[in-house]
Write a protein that binds this ligand. Structure first.
Ligand SMILES: Cc1cc2nc3c(=O)[nH]c(=O)nc-3n(C[C@H](O)[C@H](O)[C@H](O)COP(=O)(O)OP(=O)(O)OC[C@H]3O[C@@H](n4cnc5c(N)ncnc54)[C@H](O)[C@@H]3O)c2cc1C
Length: 439
């Protein structure tokens, strides 16, 4: 499809940290034309999804219009499209509704999707937390349960206040801490009829520690903070089955619950499979050191969808910082390629990792040496880094106000049940947790 424009054209699939970082760098070059394709018209800030799910932030605080980002750069076209086909030799992508885009360079930055590892019933009955849509759906389920228990406390016997969180990585730990705070603070303040002593949070992980990449000292700190918030930690334990009204743990325990939160792992977005090449670890695309792949010059994969080797040869973790840096590095290599210069190998600058464990507790491993700090200092570092990474000044200000509000009040953020269908529950649909007939 000729546009009558003879500027070089770069097509980017995905407006997450990686695709956005790449597009922003290229947008400074008016001699280029960039098409940014995403199935959503917004960039979502995944690290804060759990705060939307637990009503600390509003959805608009963590989603930013992609069109607004490029409103002043007319060499960038943002288009709403779900890409389902990729042809690497011609650098062409096609959408399920008949759209087609070809470029002089093609960048795949479509991110991840949840990996349920074949767990029976998990795709249908659990609540993954990987997109804004997931987060608002989970928020409605949590609030819906609270509303229903407020009217009918007997539902607690059928697991209405049991929350099962699968996965003890940052997402699982953050959501467990936030639900613990909700039960301790919000429920007594806003749901006066709910007996909070009957709420139960299960955090299960197959490994031997939560937040595994941190030190043993940090593992003990995280476990203590969560236990103080009433979280029941089950290590060396997985979830075997998820049903409409209960979950079965790998040790055989049956937990009546209407809220299984899936933070158990990710795999590459379906776009990786659409490339038609053998997929590497996690279904990802194995890239060269210059972020190209498949033996096709000008075809790049960046961020979560790619296996990018670190200095030790092992794939780098799926992190926002890896995605953002790889996006910028791919842009530089595209500019070099167009200028007839050699590409550079991608070198990741590790600035550290961190996780929130509640309203005021956090843990951070700062810098390449992962110098660990816990508590208030880590909390302040977490707030500063996440605010600085957010797109748009308004989002940053609103998030900071919401965090301050949450820090000094007991009610937290907006407890808005805006998706009533996600909150609807057929309490009779699971025979395993029906009350015994009266004798
Ligand atoms: C709950 C959660 C918490 C996290 N917390 C942290 C943290 O604290 N710190 C940290 O560093 N990292 C964190 N991460 C990881 C980090 O968010 C990811 O590594 C990062 O978002 C990856 O960026 P990306 O651009 O590769 O993919 P994404 O951010 O997932 O963006 C991919 C984009 O592609 C679009 N897309 C997908 N498929 C298609 C298609 N077929 N057609 C069109 N568009 C498509 C999506 O809509 C999306 O906009 C977290 C992740 C999650 C899920």
């Amino acid at each position: 499809m000729s546009s009558g424009d003879d500027r070089r054209h770069v097509v980017i699939v995905g407006g997450g940290f990686a695709g956005l970082g790449c597009a922003q760098k290229l947008a400074d070059h008016p001699d280029l034309r960039i098409t940014l394709l995403d199935r959503n018209n917004y960039h979502q800030f995944q690290p804060l999804l759990y705060q939307v799910a637990t009503s600390l932030l509003a959805p608009a605080d963590i989603a930013h219009s992609l069109r607004e980002v490029f409103a002043n750069q007319d060499n960038v076209e943002v288009e709403l499209a779900e890409i389902s086909e990729v042809d690497l030799p011609t650098k062409t992508v096609k959408s399920s509704d008949g759209g087609e885009w070809s470029g002089d360079a093609l960048v795949l930055a479509a991110g991840s999707q949840p990996n349920f590892f074949g767990t029976q019933g998990a795709p249908e009955n659990s609540f993954p937390l990987y997109s804004l849509d997931n987060a608002t759906r989970l928020r409605s389920r949590i609030l819906g349960l609270l509303e229903q228990v407020d009217r009918d406390p007997q539902l607690i016997d059928r697991g209405a206040l049991n929350f099962v969180i699968v996965g003890g990585g940052p997402t699982g730990v953050e959501v467990a801490g936030a639900i613990g705070d909700m039960i301790e603070l919000t429920l007594p303040a806003e749901y006066h009829n709910v007996d909070t002593s009957r709420a139960h949070i299960y955090l299960v992980d197959l490994g031997d520690a939560l937040l595994k990449p941190f030190s043993d000292k940090a593992h003990a700190y995280v476990a203590k903070v969560l236990k103080d918030k009433g979280v029941d930690i089950h290590l060396g334990t997985g979830v075997k089955e998820v049903h409409t009204g209960h979950a079965v743990l790998s040790d055989g325990t049956l937990v009546p619950t209407r809220c299984v939160i899936w933070a158990g792992g990710i795999k590459a977005a379906p776009v990786a499979a659409a490339c038609g090449l053998a997929q590497g670890r996690g279904g990802r695309v194995d890239v060269e050191s210059d972020l190209t792949f498949g033996g096709h010059p000008g075809v790049y994969a960046i961020g979560d969808i790619a296996n990018i080797s670190g200095p030790d040869g092992k794939p780098l973790p799926q992190l926002g910082s890896v995605a953002l840096q790889s996006g910028k590095a791919a842009a530089e290599n595209i500019l070099a390629e167009f200028a007839g210069k050699p590409p550079k190998d991608f070198a990741y600058r590790d600035k550290g990792i961190m996780a929130m464990i509640g309203r005021t507790e956090a843990i951070a491993a700062i810098g390449e040496k992962h110098h660990e700090v816990h508590g208030q200092l880590a909390h302040i570092a977490w707030l500063g880094i996440h605010a600085s990474l957010m797109t748009g000044t308004r989002d940053k200000i609103e998030a900071i106000i919401a965090w301050a509000w949450d820090r000094y009040t007991k009610t937290g953020g907006p407890h808005v049940l805006d998706r009533r269908e996600a909150a609807k529950i057929d309490w009779e649909d699971d025979p395993a947790v029906m009350p015994s007939p009266a004798t």
